[in-house]
Ligand binder design. Sequence first.
Ligand code: UTP
Length: 479
Amino acid sequence: MPESLSSIRATLDAHDQGHLLAFLDELTGPGAERLLTQIAGIDFGELARLMARAGGREVAPVRSGELEPAPFYPRPTDDARGWSDEDRHYRSVGEEVIRAGRVAAFAVAGGQATRLGWSGPKGTFPATAVSGRPLLGIFAEQVLANQDRYRVTIPFYIMTSPLNDEATRAFFHDNNYFGLNRRNILMIPQRLLPSIDAETSKILLADKGTVAMHPDGHGGAVNALAASGALDDMAARGIDHISYFQVDNPLVNVIDPLFVGLHTAAPDSSSQMSSKVVPKTDPDERVGVLCRRGGRTVIIEYSDLPPELAAERDETGTLRFDAGSIAVHLISVSFLKKLAGGEGPFTLPVNRARKAVPHVDTRTGRRVVPQTPNAIKLEWFIFDALPLADAALVYQTSRLEEFAPIKNASGADSPATSHQLQSDRNGRWLETHGVAIPRDHEGHVAAKIEISPLTALSCDDLAGVQLPAAIEAGEEVVL
Ligand code: UTP
């Protein structure tokens, strides 16, 4: 046992968390020792300090006139023949940076995927429309294809959590690392924090012998990358920038040369942190919007953007606040080091996220499955780093090209909607190359079309591929 029971009791009592041992006497076999080990691993003093810090941070309400849309670089046309000299310049700068081995891929995959309800790590979810390629497999194949293209090693860092790290490692092993060298796939578990009852500030028990824990948010990446030695590993490998993306978007462009070129070379970029956005679907879309506030680039959550600003349109009818975040960023390793080396473990602010957390009532012993948020999860958000950058660049890409999120089991942002968006994009790529594509009355592609990253990373790459003359309605095609 890591510490004597009496010293654990004393620590718990000092922090008013003695209820965590309410069922100790009922635990059989190794259950009691497991619980005590888990409790001994919690830094209650730090938790109290974080709660106090998070409590003190209120988002100042937006006052009219203080918020401007963030200026952004627009995506050039799909067909590279329509690109300006400037577009070509930045793409070729980005290609040089990639070819020099200075960019790594970084997926944040430590989330709990509660909404999707998938039993394994979200990254193992079968995401493509026909063959069900798993999310992490799609990204690994993009890395592989880019390695071949640029004849360089592109390390693939993946943030896991202690709750899914082992399963993620086993998944890569079982899939033979999708053809990548296993030494270049690096799993980095983020840390877990106890979930806290919002009313009583008591830590929740997930069951009688387990403290309810949650990963510390995607912003926990800063701490995880530093504490695991990954930032040093990057420096040793000559990596200057990470291409950050979430695990739930099968259309994400893992290595985007134009974005890399803008991030590293545009005059209005500090090369510390850049963000990729897409046009919003409508004023009410529930995405964060990139804005300028007090001379800094910030993400304003949809709930904080006043409706009258969200609805403003320019003379062409386009929303003024149109830079919808898709949580894709380029971040320099030196900036990450700066963030990680600030006062305390983070310079990023800590947030109180309110979530519904199932738990055991320590007075009755009954299991409670709340339908509304009952708990506080302390979390860090990576986008809170944007205003800390000297100059954050924003690049707006096309939604159809790069965004098909899988968040929920059904309805919006579900596998079904993502499959349609994937087929819509792939159909458009094929049409550009003369393939006849069936469409339904709403203009969506009426077939399931999958294109492997090993076949084409972009529309242009299909130029050398043998393609059918037409695809029939209802057909399932894998290229
Ligand atoms: P989401 O906010 O969609 O959360 O995470 P989630 O955990 O995947 O899903 P729900 O809310 O439980 O249904 C956005 C991205 O950030 C990662 C997720 O893995 C996903 O790629 N993430 C989130 C982490 O890596 N760690 C975290 O602590 C939270």
